[in-house]
Design a binder for this molecule. Structure first.
Ligand SMILES: *Cc1c(COP(=O)(O)O)cnc(C)c1O
Length: 601
C-alpha cells in the first residue's frame, strides 16, 4: 500500500511512481525483457487495476490478485503464484530502481538460488544481510544489530529454484502467520536450501518507501543508473553484404564484460544457455544438440564433412553455387568418397533430376550435403523436397543453413535433417567468431567410432567435451559468445517468422527501387530467398562497381560484388538489424549515383 508515500504517489501503487519517461515498474519490465525474460507474473493488491492495464501492453505479463493484500505479507501473495511458476525464476520488488547489470549479475551467477546484495549504504530502511564464510545466506534484518556481521544489503532481486520455493511454501504453511514476508521464509529455509549471497558491490539502486527515498532517488540514484545504463550510440553502418550483418547496439555492448576465464563454471552456464537457445530455434533440445566452434562458417562445414562420413560411406554434394563448390573442395581434400550433383545456379535444385542422379549413382549414397540458401545468387533450395528424398532412402542429410538460419523457419525433426551448419553473424545478427553445428544426438553418437581425420575440427570430440565439461576444448571467442547470447535473446523476442517478414519487407522495397532504376535480376523471382538479390550490372560505359561502392560507403551503405563467373553482377543482402526505411534511403543514394553518372536520366 505504500502508506508512507501516499502524499507523493497520489492514489497509485508504488510501482507507478515515475522518475524517467516511464513508471519504475515499466522500466523494470523493459530491463527484464532486455535480458530475455518475457514471462512475468505480478502479484497485485492495492489499486490492482493499474497493474492490469500495464499487463495488457505486454504479451506475456499476467497479474495475480491477492484480495487480502491489506492484512497479509509478501509470502501470502507469492503463495498465490504457486500454480504459475513452473521453472526457476527471478523474484523482484515493484518499488526498486536498479542498474541493468544488476539483472545480468544475478542471472549469470552460477547458482540456482541466490539473492542480490550491494555494499552497505545508509539511506535508511536497508535490509542487512549476513553470509557464511562460503557465501551462503545466514541472516537478513532491517536491524543491523539483530544479525551477526552484516556484510551487505539486500537489493530486492532474488533467483530461486522451484525446490527452494516449495520449501518456502512449506515453511509458510507451518508458521501459520499470514503476515510473513518472503525474506523471513528465505531465512527459514536457508539451513536446508543453500541460498547464495551474490554481492554486486557498488551497484546503483534503491528501494522507494518514503518521500526521503524518493528524493534521494530523484537527486542522485536515478541519474547514476541512467549514466551507467545508457551507453553512447555507436555509428550505425548499413551492411548490405551477406554477413556479417548490421547488429544492434545492445548486441555490440554485450561484448563488454568483466574478464573471465572460459573454463570457469559461470562461463559454462553461458555456453550451455547459448547452445540450448540455438538448438531451440530449429529442434527440440533433448534429441538435438548444438556444438560450438571458434571460427567462421566454413569451419563448421569442414567439421561436419571431415568428421561424420565413415570409411564405407558415400557422400553426394549438391552444387548450384559457390558454397556447393566449397563443400566439394573440402570433401576432396579429406579424400572422401564423394560425387557431385551439379545443378543450374539460377534456380532451385530440381529434385526429380536429383533423384534420378542418386538412383543412377554407381555407389550407394549414404550422405547428402546441400546448401539451403545459396548466397552466391540468392537462390533458395527446396529443403522440404530434398529432405523427403533423403528420408525415403535413409540418407543422412547435411545442410549448410549458414545464410538461412534465423530467418527462414527450419524444423530439423520434421525435415529429417541430421546435421545443420550455421553462424552467429548472419541472420542471428550476432558478432563474427563463433559458428555451430546442430546435430541429432543419436547420429552424432554413432560417429564416435570413425577414426578422426583432424584435431580442432573433430565434431564428435568437440561435442563430447562440451557435453561432459560444459567447456569448449580450446579457447572460444568469449566475447563473441556473450554477444551471441544477446543476439539469441533478441531473435527470440522478435520471432523467426516476424524476422523473415521484416527482411521480406526490406526486400520488397529493394525490388521496387531496382525496377525503377531499370536494373535486372539474375534469378527469377520464384526461386529467390528474399534475403539476398543478385543484380546485373548496367551496361553503361560510365558504370564502375568500385566507384559505386565507394560512393555508397561514404553514405553508410556497404554493398557486395558478385561472385558468379561469366556474368557481371553485384549483390545486395537485406539481413541484419535493418528496417525497410534503411533500404529506402539506400535506393535514394543509389539513384543519386545513377543520375550523377548519367546511367539514368
Ligand atoms: C557465409 C556462408 C558460409 C560461410 O562463410 P564464412 O566466410 O566461412 O563465414 C557458408 N555457406 C553459406 C551458404 C554462406 O552464406
Amino acid at each position: 500500500m505504500g502508506r508512507r508515500l501516499l502524499g507523493v504517489s497520489g492514489e497509485k501503487p508504488k510501482g507507478f511512481m515515475t522518475l524517467g519517461h516511464d513508471s519504475i515498474i515499466a522500466e523494470s519490465l523493459s530491463k527484464l525483457r532486455h535480458h530475455g525474460i518475457t514471462s512475468v507474473y505480478i502479484g497485485t493488491g492495492y489499486q490492482q487495476s493499474y497493474y492490469e492495464c500495464l499487463a495488457q501492453q505486454f504479451l506475456d505479463v499476467q497479474c495475480i490478485y491477492n484480495e487480502a493484500f491489506a492484512t497479509t505479507g509478501s509470502m501470502a501473495t507469492l503463495r498465490l503464484l504457486q500454480d504459475y511458476i513452473k521453472s526457476d525464476f527471478l523474484l523482484l520488488e515493484s518499488d526498486i530502481i536498479y542498474e541493468r547489470r544488476a539483472l545480468r549479475r544475478i542471472i549469470d551467477a552460477p547458482f540456482n538460488d541466490a539473492i542480490l546484495t550491494s555494499d552497505v549504504t545508509s539511506y535508511g530502511d536497508e535490509v542487512f544481510v549476513s553470509s557464511s564464510q562460503n557465501g551462503l545466506l545466514v541472516g537478513m534484518s532491517k536491524n543491523a544489530d539483530a544479525i551477526e556481521n552484516p556484510d551487505s544489503i539486500f537489493v530486492g532481486i532474488s533467483k530461486l529454484s522451484i525446490k527452494t520455493l516449495n520449501c518456502m511454501f512449506d515453511f509458510f504453511d507451518a508458521k501459520q502467520n499470514p503476515a510473513l514476508n518472503y525474506e523471513d521464509a528465505m531465512i527459514g529455509v536457508s539451513k536446508k536450501c543453500a541460498i547464495n549471497v551474490c554481492n554486486a558491490g557498488s551497484l546503483h539502486w534503491c528501494e522507494i518507501d518514503t518521500p526521503e527515498h524518493l528524493n534521494i532517488a530523484r537527486q542522485s540514484v536515478y541519474p547514476a543508473i541512467r549514466r551507467n545504463d545508457d551507453y553512447p550510440l555507436v555509428t550505425r553502418n548499413i551492411l548490405l553484404n551477406p554477413g556479417p550483418a548490421t547488429t544492434t547496439d545492445t548486441v555490440k555492448y554485450a561484448q563488454v564484460i568483466p574478464d573471465i576465464c572460459p573454463r570457469e563454471i559461470e562461463f559454462g552456464y553461458i555456453l550451455q544457455e547459448v547452445s540450448e537457445r540455438i538448438t531451440d530455434l530449429v529442434a527440440n533440445t533433448e534429441e538435438y544438440v548444438s556444438v560450438l566452434f571458434g571460427g567462421s562458417g566454413t569451419a563448421v562445414i569442414e567439421s561436419i564433412l571431415s568428421s561424420v562420413i565413415g570409411p564405407n560411406d558415400h557422400l553426394c554434394i549438391v552444387n548450384n553455387g559457390n558454397y556447393g563448390v566449397r563443400m566439394h573442395e573440402i570433401a576432396q581434400i579429406y579424400q572422401l568418397s564423394v560425387v557431385e550433383y551439379v545443378s543450374d545456379p539460377y534456380r532451385a535444385v530440381d529434385v526429380k533430376q536429383l533423384v534420378n542422379f542418386i538412383s543412377g549413382s554407381q555407389k550407394n549414397v549414404t550422405h547428402l550435403a546441400v546448401v539451403h540458401h545459396e548466397t552466391t545468387t540468392g537462390v533458395l533450395n527446396n529443403l522440404d523436397d530434398i529432405s523427403k528424398l533423403c528420408a525415403r532412402r535413409n540418407i543422412v542429410l547435411i545442410v549448410d543453413a549458414i545464410s538461412s538460419f534465423g530467418a527462414i523457419p527450419i524444423n530439423m525433426q520434421q525435415q529429417c535433417i541430421h546435421y545443420l551448419a550455421a553462424t552467429a553473424n548472419k541472420n542471428l545478427q550476432g558478432i563474427p567468431g563463433v559458428s555451430f553445428v546442430i546435430a541429432a544426438r543419436t547420429m552424432l553418437e554413432s560417429t564416435k567410432e570413425i577414426t578422426p581425420r583432424n584435431l580442432y575440427l573433430n565434431l564428435y570430440n568437440q561435442y563430447n567435451y562440451q557435453e561432459t565439461n560444459s567447456q569448449t576444448r580450446f579457447t572460444p571467442p568469449v566475447q563473441a559468445i556473450y554477444a551471441l547470447r544477446q543476439a539469441l535473446i533478441e531473435t527470440n523476442c522478435e520471432g523467426i517468422e516476424a524476422r523473415y517478414t521484416r527482411y521480406a519487407n526490406c526486400w520488397s522495397v529493394l525490388i521496387d527501387g531496382l525496377k525503377r532504376l531499370r536494373l535486372e535480376l539474375l534469378v527469377p523471382i520464384e526461386f529467390q530467398s528474399k534475403l539476398l538479390t543478385t543484380i546485373k550490372e548496367p551496361s553503361h560505359s560510365d558504370y564502375n562497381f568500385k566507384e559505386m561502392h565507394d560512393f555508397l560507403i561514404r553514405q553508410g551503405f556497404t554493398i557486395y560484388p558478385g561472385s558468379l563467373s561469366g556474368c557481371n553482377t553485384f549483390r545486395i543482402a537485406n539481413i541484419g538489424a535493418i528496417v525497410p526505411d534503411d533500404i529506402k534511403r539506400f535506393i535514394t543514394a543509389l539513384t543519386t549515383y545513377f543520375l550523377y553518372k548519367g546511367i539514368i536520366a
